[in-house]
Design a protein around this ligand. Structure first.
Ligand code: ZN
Length: 189
């Protein structure tokens, strides 16, 4: 997924050296010599989804299964676009098929593809839901994401242990309260 080729590693390295100087450190100090290179490679990995196309992970099968399909506790990490610090958590992705199902491992790939970008948790949640509605055309989609934001746990309000929960309901899960209650009780956040 990480298309390092599309990322300008040399430019990230130069920027990291600038930060090291700007905070009053010595970029020539032994412990910092390899840091710009390491950070550049790290960003290439953390943000490797930036130019990726989640459609690469779309394998759709015809199947007359008409109950909810739910993949729970998909681990992911992303990078908060306000502070460029990681937020880490799990995603729960459910859909009600309309004649088409998705290879289950692909759901996790799709989450990853959207997560490895400069993101907001709210947007990530909606993007995964909209992508599935558009490309799988199910009767409905529910995405719930629980994450802990390092920009919140180690700075600012310093609320360690606080978890942010976001949800996106589409189609039947938005319109029909019985379907919504069913999917939310399956997810059981
Ligand atoms: Zn943040």
């Amino acid at each position: 997924m990480g298309k390092d080729g599309e990322m300008d590693l040399a430019r990230i390295e130069a920027a990291v050296s600038e930060i090291i100087l700007a905070v009053g450190e010595d970029p020539k100090r032994e412990g910092l010599l390899g840091t710009p290179k390491r950070v550049a490679r790290m960003y290439a990995e953390l943000l490797g989804g930036t130019n990726s196309d989640p459609k690469e992970h779309l394998r759709v099968f015809s199947e007359n299964y008409d109950e909810i399909v739910l993949l729970k506790d998909i681990p992911f990490y992303s990078v908060c676009e306000h502070h460029m610090m990681p937020f880490i958590g799990v995603a729960h992705v459910a859909y009600l098929p309309d004649g088409r199902v998705l290879g289950i491992s692909k759901l996790a790939r799709i989450v990853d593809s959207f997560a490895k970008r400069l993101q907001l948790q709210e947007r990530l949640t909606g993007q995964v839901a909209d992508f599935l509605m558009e490309n799988l055309q199910p009767l409905g989609v529910t995405v719930v994401i629980e994450a802990s934001h390092s920009c919140m746990t180690i700075r600012g309000a310093k609320k360690s242990g606080a978890t942010m929960v976001t949800s996106a309901l589409r189609g039947i899960f938005k319109k029909d309260s019985r379907s919504r209650n069913e999917v939310l009780s399956l997810i059981d956040v």
